[in-house]
Design a protein around this ligand. Structure first.
Ligand code: NAD
Ligand code: LMR
Length: 340
């Protein structure tokens, strides 16, 4: 038992080392929706991140128990629980705010079907961010990301605190999935592969660029089509397997922790921190929010990479996604305008 426990400790330390640069600064991370399916494992992973000194956990339900539990983990971050009207205190001084608050899909639903409930939740949370930590990096997980990020942008603009570099939609799970599926299919070491995923975070708006994947592999047309579809439907695969008990939580917590760690490394001055993220962008003509690789630095997403060279299959898929992505963006902007 002791050997096993020591092994686990080593694994946790190794993970912490892998996830964070030198813990040089005091950094406060707030998680909103922290008692949920994503929130709980994400809180644990952030507690294990040595770059985090304060971990502020907010939810409208079940927060004290989850926070008490996570707080016993013997790592550096001080954990505090917030509920109800304590949102302002939770956010005050935060460097990174991660938002997995909101309802998840059930089988048969699209992410856009979550709009009516989650748009209001996101609006209220971002209003509180505008008042209490207007310069924080926001990591938006709540779906539909294609719309919740534009909603957040409008709320921040209305409060005169919008800095497009600080608002980031989390599409890391699409990259995580693309890497897993590509490595598995091509017989590559998953630890060595990279696959950029561009566009948005729903169905055909998710576009993995196999032509830019490294190491490159000879893929048949069937492989390309199958892997593209599996990546685009990755969320639905989990929703169906969970059969009414929600959507991806563990893989999302992992992806969310990777992205928040990248933001922290950027804030702490680490060079070349590059991740895909859905941000205000000019990378795709005529689409105001778009995910490509971005360089994360002291001011958030400081440089947005272009889509780069893509093949005919990818060009067609890019053209096909544009109307859907723009419709989702417009519905977010409209919601914000109608809900002042
Ligand atoms: P969940 O229902 O298990 O947890 C959501 C939590 O949010 C609950 O604890 C709930 O109490 C809390 N909450 C609700 N309203 C709140 C508010 N106003 N303030 C604070 N907390 C509030 O759901 P989940 O599985 O954790 O998923 C959360 C969201 O993340 C969903 O919208 C889901 O679609 C989305 N998601 C996104 C990705 C992605 O890749 N971006 C991946 C998976 C899930
Ligand atoms: C995912 O990609 O897993 C999430 O967006 C959740 C969902 O509804 O599919």
């Amino acid at each position: 038992f002791l050997r096993a426990a020591r092994g686990l400790g080593e694994a946790a330390r190794g993970m912490g080392r892998a996830m964070a640069s030198a813990a040089v600064r005091e950094r406060k991370v707030a998680v909103l929706g922290a008692a949920g399916g994503i929130g709980q494992p994400l809180a644990l992973l952030m507690k294990m991140n040595p770059a985090v000194t304060e971990l502020a956990l907010y939810d409208i339900a079940n927060m004290p128990g989850v926070a008490a539990d996570v707080s016993h983990v013997n790592t550096r971050a001080q954990v505090k629980a917030y509920s109800g009207d304590e949102l302002g205190d939770c956010l005050s001084g935060a460097d990174v705010v991660v938002i997995p608050a909101g309802v998840p899909r059930k089988p048969g639903m699209t992410r856009q079907d979550l709009f009516n409930v989650n748009a209001g939740i996101v609006k209220n949370l971002v209003e509180a961010i505008a008042k209490n930590c207007p310069t924080a990096c926001i990591n938006m997980i709540s779906n539909p990301v294609n719309s919740t990020v534009p909603i957040a942008a409008e709320i921040l603009k209305r409060n005169n605190v919008y800095d497009k570099r600080k608002l980031m939609g989390v599409t890391t799970l699409d990259v995580v999935r693309a890497k897993t599926f590509y490595a598995e299919k091509m017989g590559l070491n998953v630890g060595e592969v990279d696959v950029p995923v561009v566009g948005g975070h729903a169905g055909i708006t998710i576009l993995p660029l196999w032509s830019q994947a490294t190491p490159s592999a000879e893929m048949s047309k069937d492989d390309v089509e199958a892997l593209t579809k599996r990546t685009q439907d990755g969320g639905t695969e989990v929703v169906q397997a969970k059969a009414g008990k929600g959507s991806a939580t563990l893989s999302m917590a992992y992806a969310g922790a990777l992205f928040a760690d990248a933001c922290l490394r950027g804030l702490n001055g680490a060079p070349n921190v590059i991740e895909c993220s859905y941000v205000e962008s000019t990378a795709c003509d005529g689409v105001p929010f778009f995910s490509t690789k971005v360089l994360l630095g002291a001011n958030g997403a400081e440089e947005i990479h272009p889509i780069g060279d893509i093949n005919e299959y990818e060009k067609e898929a890019l053209d096909a996604m544009i109307p859907e992505l723009n419709a989702s963006i417009e519905s977010g902007v409209k919601f914000a305008a109608e809900n002042k």
